[in-house]
Ligand binder design. Structure first.
Ligand code: NCC
Length: 276
């Protein structure tokens, strides 16, 4: 269904999606108060760059996959929200280099973001749904979730752990490309954490293997590999334009189609290795 060739689409992603983290020099964060909380180094200064990376979706189809050792063999591993490794190492591995969380998770008390030790490993990145192509100032006044309070609280408790705020411009730059390459109108909601995480890793890595974002033969209505909850919307999308994200990722896959079926695995090139 995509309108551009895979090569052109990859170049559009590289050239139009600006993956940056909020920095102390970005207004309205350029206050002395925010300087105490925001990381001094930007993300690539902090981590350098990786050869091979894995992005691990939270899908129920990871259960019984035995992909753990393969996932851990990567130089860096990105996970989402409250996805655990303890007790699931065999299927999802145990390495966590980056964890991308949504602002709801950071804000809502029941999610235990401030106290659950799950969050204390790796580099944290939080993102929040912003109005379509809003200026940072507009978003800052009225974020979707009021996560700044807990962001600061977490930074005070764990000052040594790198913790970034994703620049909200990225979500709509990516959404525009999803819309332009779909035949239907997409719901005007930001891409899922999954899609954002894939593009973040394409900026840091030479090669990105994504696991169970495109479902394998293990596809199931079980939402997450770590819960019993059933909901087809987890795989197909409701709020997020997940189906369109998955079509786009399928289109730019450089791995064998067979590996989607057997491993739920897609291989994408890092942006630095692309020739546009
Ligand atoms: O479920 P969630 O996503 O944390 O999953 C992370 C990413 O994995 C991919 N996924 C997940 C399940 C599945 N069956 N198939 C998949 O492809 C998706 O790409 C997904 O983004 C989110 O995107 O942030 C989301 O977060 C949850 C929830 O807020 C967090 O888990 C914290 O509890 C949302 N669920 C609800 O709000 C109830 C979900 O809609 C999106």
């Amino acid at each position: 269904t995509a309108k551009l060739s895979p090569e052109k689409l990859l170049c559009q992603l590289r050239d139009r999606v600006n993956v940056t983290m909020i920095h102390g020099s970005d207004g309205p964060f350029n206050t002395s108060e925010w300087q105490m909380y925001l990381p001094r180094k930007n993300l690539s200064q902090e981590v350098g760059h990786f050869r091979q990376c894995a992005v691990v979706s939270s899908a129920g189809s990871l259960k019984f996959s035995h992909l753990g050792p393969e996932i851990d063999s990567h130089d860096a591993v990105l996970r989402f929200n409250g996805a655990p490794t303890i007790g699931f190492q065999n299927d999802v591995g145990e390495k966590t280099t980056v964890r991308l969380v949504n602002s709801q998770l950071v804000t809502v008390e029941e999610q235990k973001f401030l106290t659950d030790t799950l969050y204390n490993t790796g580099i944290l990145i939080v993102w929040d749904p912003a109005p379509y192509h809003a200026e940072i100032h507009e978003w800052y006044r009225k974020p979707d979730y009021s996560f700044f309070v807990n962001y600061k609280a977490y930074r005070t408790r764990h000052p040594e752990q790198p913790f970034y705020i994703l620049n909200p411009k990225m979500q709509w730059q990516l959404w525009d490309i999803l819309q332009e390459n779909s035949l239907e109108d997409i719901q005007p909601n930001p891409p899922s954490s999954g899609m954002l995480g894939i593009v973040i890793m394409m900026t840091l890595c030479d090669e990105v293997n994504v696991y169970e974002f495109l479902p394998s033969k293990r596809q199931t209505d079980i939402c997450h590999y770590y819960q019993r909850y059933h909901d087809r919307a987890c795989t197909m999308g409701a709020y997020h334009p997940l189906l369109f994200e998955k079509n786009l990722v399928k289109h730019i896959n450089q791995g064998q189609n067979e590996l989607i079926y057997t491993h739920g695995k897609v291989t994408l090139p890092g942006f630095r290795n692309m020739h546009c």
